[in-house]
Design a binder for this molecule. Structure first.
Ligand code: PRE
Length: 379
């Protein structure tokens, strides 16, 4: 082509292709900005939950749209601005509405089932490998809520949870009770070629009698959770696992024996940590911790005050205080809400005399419903 020859004008197709290339690039920029916007809205959602504020803020949405319409100087129709930003608000609200909850994972643990029971299936679950990891996720603001097991009807208090409650300032805002039906699972559905059984130490203890009677030759190996046990058994055919049916489905294991827990009424209570403090419901629990420096007198005073006000103690745990001069830290759940007048009065009586008194939370009591009893949901 000589310098005098002009390039042919672009065809319509070429011009559209060029505009589309530009749109693709603008969309990529918009997406990056929308992702940033969504992150801000998610953070606002966390703050709202902490402050007990509603997700939907219509006045704020109207003011954003009015500002944008004014700024677009007619380049975009007002109803288009409203519908485009309406879609963004709806995405924000959907994200804010689904709370996030950390639990002792991996997927398939009884704690996950308890989390879904409490928050519903829309919950954004965050599986952590250890209880320490669950507490850390909450205290570092990586999750709004956490669900941890606190006691089992066969094996008693989960002491690691209690120690972590003492270390972290995580507010207790709810509880869940779940019937625990343990199954023995293996890849083949039988114990042929199987030489060991993996489970959380609590599950091994809850099934001790059954294992002694029916599978005494299996080596018992404690792992971090029943979900982890099922995951390992799926990878190693010589291992069986103790876990619930959801874990069997999740890791494609087969059930060798169902309901192998020694107590048919085996259940676990879980705590919900994080979020705003619930209002009194008339059937609540208040969780306290204290570390008496003068053990006998302070304890006598505590029980005297509770008896006088007719407040039942629902649960009591004692752990080493791990502090110089303080041998033990006590944890007690009282029947009633910290803001009920008789509980408030008891706490006011106790505060000056009970060393290190802390209210860990006041929240509605869980009820082990029939539906829950039928479910196969532990750790
Ligand atoms: O500003 C808030 O309160 C938000 O939650 C953010 C946002 C938004 O996406 O801009 C989302 C939902 C509310 O209804 C209002 C606005």
């Amino acid at each position: 082509m000589t310098p005098l020859e002009l390039a042919p004008p672009p065809t319509v197709d070429d011009a559209i292709a060029a505009c589309r290339t530009r749109i693709d690039s603008i969309d990529a920029d918009l997406l990056a900005l929308i992702v940033q916007r969504v992150e801000c809205a998610t953070e606002i959602g966390r703050l709202k939950r902490r402050g007990g504020l509603p997700v939907y803020h219509p006045a704020r949405e109207s003011s954003i749209i009015a500002n944008l319409c004014a700024r677009s100087h007619g380049a975009l129709r007002d109803d288009h601005v409203a519908s485009i930003w309406g879609a963004l608000f709806s995405a924000s609200r959907a994200l804010q509405g689904a709370p996030s909850a950390a639990f002792l994972g991996p997927a398939g643990t009884f704690t996950e089932a308890a989390t879904r029971q409490f928050f519903g299936d829309a919950v954004r679950t965050d599986a952590r490998e250890t209880l320490e990891g669950v507490f850390a996720a909450l205290s570092e603001g990586e999750t709004e809520f956490a669900v941890v097991p606190i006691e089992n009807s066969t094996e008693g208090t989960i002491t690691r949870t209690v120690d972590l409650l003492a270390q972290h300032a995580a507010p207790i805002t709810g509880e869940i009770e779940q019937a625990i039906v343990h199954c023995l699972l293996s890849a083949s559905g039988s114990l042929e070629g199987v030489d060991c059984v993996l489970a959380h130490e609590q599950a091994l203890a809850q099934c001790r009698g059954w294992l002694d009677a029916h599978a005494p030759r299996l080596r018992r190996i404690a792992v971090s959770s029943n979900g982890a046990a099922a995951r390992e058994a799926a990878e190693h055919g010589h291992c069986a696992a103790i876990a619930g049916e959801p874990a069997a489905l999740r890791y494609r294991l087969r059930i060798v024996a169902r309901a192998i827990q020694d107590d048919p009424n085996n259940y676990t209570r879980f705590l919900v940590l994080g979020g705003p403090s619930p209002e009194p419901t008339g059937n609540d629990r208040t969780s306290l911790s204290f570390a008496p420096s003068d053990g006998t007198d302070e304890l006598a005073h505590l029980f005297g005050v509770l008896a006088q006000r007719q407040i039942d103690v629902l649960w009591l745990a004692v752990r080493p205080a791990r502090a110089a001069g303080l041998p033990y830290r006590y944890f007690a759940d009282l029947h009633g809400h910290a803001s009920d007048p008789h509980v408030r009065a008891a706490l006011d009586d106790l505060a000056p005399t009970l060393s290190g008194l802390r209210v860990l939370g006041a929240y509605p009591r869980a009820r082990l419903t029939d539906a829950v009893c039928r479910s196969s949901s532990g750790h």
